[in-house]
Design a protein around this ligand. Structure first.
Ligand SMILES: [Zn+2]
Length: 334
């Protein structure tokens, strides 16, 4: 993630006041749990918070935040502290049993230098649906080695095994306010219009807004919307439709995210068709395209279009041919 350039410290975290409060209180009261579960949407700062927390509890300066200058903080800043271990899930399958075994063999030894070794188990929601991995992880949490803190991250909707959840203090994370995301995107060097559009359509996920594919999808969304609001007096833009179908089909796994963006656009059109709802629209960079076609949209027709989209999303989940799904969808949206 692009935000990695900032030093791990609470001062550099945007939003997440409740999580910040819970963790800082634990540090100041010297009541640090042996296991935390950071629960919330993807890309809102769970890993960044884990790093800041690990840096703070190991900082030699003993201030209210990680100092960024002591030897421990410097290692966290270069993302290479020997006592911060990160176990990353691989796609839909989650963490593998071998990764847990490997972790256990490392935990048999004391920390290299840290007062508190921190183990980050990222995105474990898929992992804990698999009994052998869940049980192995549970045993580790039940008998934690001394000086070791576990941080498990899960997405907001995940159902977590009660046996695992009961071992952890749950720390809630939330979608970030659009304005905070927009400011950070501008600070990362994005043009104001792109930053504003991305902050809105990312749903308050900075990670999603900063992902390399987001800008690509943003530009494709514009092309598709331009196609869909084509000039009614001209010919049907069939060649352009096939070109965009091809491009969209080639998005592969990212196509589902792209369909979400189209859903936001259709929702915007519905808001646009209702008086005084324009302030709730998210595709603010496309409003001029709506203006030109204002008279064309009826709520009933838009509702048909939304249904066409949800059918396409369903077909995608059932692994239907992407090109065919896009072709049918675009023809129905036209
Ligand atoms: Zn320090």
């Amino acid at each position: 993630m692009g935000v990695g350039v900032l030093k791990p410290a609470f001062a550099n975290i945007i939003g997440q006041e409740l999580a910040r409060k819970i963790l800082l209180k634990a540090v100041s009261g010297a009541k640090i749990s042996q296991a935390y579960m950071f629960k919330g949407p993807a890309g809102v700062g769970k890993r960044t918070m884990a790093l800041a927390f690990a840096a703070l509890i190991n900082c030699r300066a003993a201030g209210p935040d990680a100092c960024g200058r002591c030897p421990s903080c410097k290692k966290f800043a270069s993302d290479n502290h020997p006592d911060f271990m990160e176990i990353v899930s691989e796609g839909a399958t989650g963490i593998k049993i071998d990764q847990i075994r490997d972790l256990k063999s490392k935990l048999a030894f004391p920390p290299f230098e840290a007062a508190h070794r921190v183990i980050l188990l990222a995105d474990i929601h898929n992992t804990i649906r698999r009994p052998e991995v869940a049980n192995s992880l549970l045993k580790t949490l039940e008998e934690p080695p001394p000086d070791t803190i576990f941080i498990l991250t899960v997405n907001e909707a995940a159902e977590v095994l009660p046996t695992i959840a009961s071992r952890c203090q749950v720390v809630p994370f939330y979608a970030l306010p659009f304005e905070l995301v927009r400011q950070r995107l501008e600070a990362e060097g994005l043009e104001p219009e792109t930053a504003a559009a991305l902050s809105k359509i990312s749903g308050g996920s900075l990670g999603r807004a900063l992902a390399p594919e987001s800008r690509e999808l943003l530009s494709l969304r514009r092309q598709v919307v331009e196609l869909l609001v084509y000039d009614l007096n001209g010919p049907l833009p069939i060649p352009e439709l096939f070109r965009l179908t091809e491009t969209c089909a080639n998005l592969k796994e990212k196509l589902a995210y792209f369909f979400e963006l189209l859903g936001l656009w259709l929702r915007d059109l519905m808001l646009f068709a209702i008086p005084d709802q324009e302030h709730r629209m998210v595709n603010i960079d496309l409003v001029h395209l709506y203006q030109a076609r204002r008279e064309g949209w009826q709520l009933a027709e838009l509702s048909d279009k939304l249904q066409a989209l949800s059918l396409a999303q369903k077909q995608l989940r059932f692994n239907c041919d992407r090109r065919l799904v896009c072709e049918v969808l675009f023809l129905r949206l036209l």
